[in-house]
Ligand binder design. Structure first.
Ligand code: PMV
Length: 335
């Protein structure tokens, strides 16, 4: 307890959405337009320590050992302000984050980052929150972070209404399918930071893309189909639905004005490889987020073959095979 008085360390893993979140109906509260459903991974954890520093003048934020500046720093400070408001506290904090995966490359670093910050920040400031409340809090950092509070598969509700009602209704919860344990082969075709932030790209899509509304509608049907497929443990259906939902999301961006295009030639080569695998009878399905990297869902027994195909399709890319991973948690006594 005395240790938690001064600081807390949390670990969280990224998640990859099989039904995507894209677009906010409230930018301040970070309320999505659509429900989303994801798999939390067992790779690329983020470890975050929040230490209260009552004597300091301001918060300090370091990312992988380097002082953070600009927008990333501002987002962490705004998040701490929210935690302090909820806790009725005012002391500044020192935040140290280590991200073992690529940052800002469409591999969900903001999901693991804000999930870890929510868990560590709540503990450091003495807030006793249940997982639903932690998920709601993490959402205020990045909506995808709401899902990384939970391990395995999780659904994030977009919530209804506006203001406080929307805030209350928008959180993630687990989708209990313990026997569904596929592989996700991640092809890092470009691990550098993205050219357009997902935040800016979403706003442009919502405001200018004539395809956005129809994707929101089809996404509802995709989610219902996805839940049924997950409960059946039907990898082929899960993969088909995830792939069509992701391609539809990218179509909304391509139709934005000006277009947002995250997919690169290497992305398309990997997608061709995935098609060849299916032609050869290997169930493999692709999903892409706000970046060129491709995540390929397949049976664990096929993961090595899928990884080999992906490497051949995009020479020089690095390939990491993930499985379902754990939810965000406090690390005791490891400051
Ligand atoms: O929460 P953000 O800003 O990292 O949004 C990311 C959204 C996608 O990764 C593209 C889709 C999703 O649901 O994770």
């Amino acid at each position: 307890e005395r240790v938690l008085d001064r600081g807390a360390t949390a670990v969280a893993h990224p998640n990859i959405a099989l039904i995507k979140y894209w677009g906010k109906r409230d930018e301040r509260l970070i309320i999505p337009y659509v429900d989303s459903l994801s798999m939390t991974l067992d790779v690329f954890p983020t470890t975050t320590t929040v230490r209260l520093s009552p004597a300091a003048q301001a918060d300090s934020v370091t990312l992988n050992g380097t002082p953070a500046a600009g927008e990333p720093r501002q987002r962490v400070i705004a998040f701490l302000d929210l935690v302090r408001e909820l806790a009725g506290r005012t002391e500044p904090a020192a935040v140290e984050t280590r991200n073992s995966g690529p940052t800002g490359a469409g591999v969900a670093s903001s999901a693991s980052g804000f999930a870890a910050l929510a868990v560590a920040g709540a503990a450091a400031y003495g807030l006793d929150l249940d997982p639903t409340a932690l998920s709601r809090l993490a959402r205020r950092g990045s909506a995808s972070a709401a899902r990384s509070i939970f391990g395995g598969f999780a659904i994030c509700h977009a919530g209804r209404g506006v203001g406080a009602a929307a805030d209350l209704g928008s959180y993630a919860e687990p989708v209990p399918v313990p026997e569904f344990d596929p592989a996700l082969v991640i092809a890092l075709v470009n691990a550098g930071p993205k050219a357009v932030s997902s935040r800016a790209a979403m706003r442009r899509t919502v405001e200018t893309s004539p395809l956005y509304r129809s994707w929101v509608i089809s996404s509802k049907a995709d989610l219902a189909d996805m839940r049924a497929a997950l409960h059946r443990g039907d990898l082929e259906a899960v993969g088909e639905i995830a792939e069509r939902n992701a391609l539809g999301m990218h179509a909304t961006m391509l139709a934005a004005r000006p277009a947002v295009r995250y997919l690169s030639p290497a992305t398309l080569s990997v997608l061709d490889g995935v098609l060849r695998l299916r032609e050869d009878g290997v169930p493999a399905y692709a999903t892409m987020d706000a970046g060129p990297n491709v995540k390929v869902l397949c049976h664990r027994a096929d993961a090595a073959r899928v990884a080999e195909t992906v490497r051949g399709a995009a020479p020089g890319c690095s390939v990491v095979t993930a499985r379902r991973g754990p939810g965000a948690r406090l690390r005791m006594g490891a400051e």
